[in-house]
Design a protein. Structure first.
Length: 197
């Protein structure tokens, strides 16, 4: 269990670092972060803090409608990603790239980090992240597959984020369509590498 907890913590921190790279690159962020970025602009609070608040609200719904998806990893992710972003974003913003090439490189590095460390996070199989659990909760009430439901609420999240002046760009598009397959790939890889099968 100790190994699984450490793995989840490392994965959560890595996700936060990857998202922060994308924020600093300013070429878009994943749908969840786009939604939280928009809300953080609206309420004038840090994006990491907004993520914690959003995750806490979703976590409350999980306790009512999807308790089987709640585990230690759910709690670590709910708070850890936002805390990581808040801790490192001010420092990384001092090194914000000033050229498009620099932005693209940082964006691609951020995307790769997010995909890899989500794989690390899910490998121990100790609960769903609150954002991921939205689809499973809705699936109980709607006659659609998880994939379709997830596409639906992530498109809605991006639209809300854009309306609230969140970042939107190439990273948003890549992560919206590529994150699912990347999670499957890296999740299986790290289950094997870390011997969680």
């Amino acid at each position: 269990m100790f190994k699984k907890i450490i793995t989840i913590i490392i994965g959560t921190i890595g996700i936060g670092v990857g998202i922060t790279f994308c924020i600093v690159a300013n070429l878009g962020i994943d749908p969840c972060s786009t939604f939280n970025n928009g809300l953080s602009n609206w309420f004038n609070i840090e994006i990491g803090t907004m993520m914690i608040i959003t995750n806490a609200i979703i976590f409350g719904f999980m306790l009512i409608f999807y308790r089987e998806g709640v585990h230690l990893g759910t709690i670590i992710n709910a708070f850890g990603v936002g805390i990581t972003i808040n801790l490192i974003l001010p420092t990384l913003l001092q090194f914000q790239p000033t050229t498009l090439i620099g932005q693209l490189i940082l964006t691609l590095v951020g995307i790769l980090i997010v995909c890899i460390f989500i794989g690390v996070y899910i490998a121990p199989n100790l609960g769903f992240a609150p954002w991921d659990a939205i689809g499973y909760m809705l699936q109980k009430k709607l006659p659609f597959s998880y994939a379709r439901i997830r596409i639906g609420y992530e498109i809605l999240a991006v639209i809300i984020g854009i309306i609230l002046h969140a970042q939107f760009g190439i990273a948003t598009i890549i992560l919206a369509f590529g994150l699912g397959p990347a999670i499957d790939f890296f999740g299986q890889k790290f289950k094997t590498i870390l011997n969680f099968n």
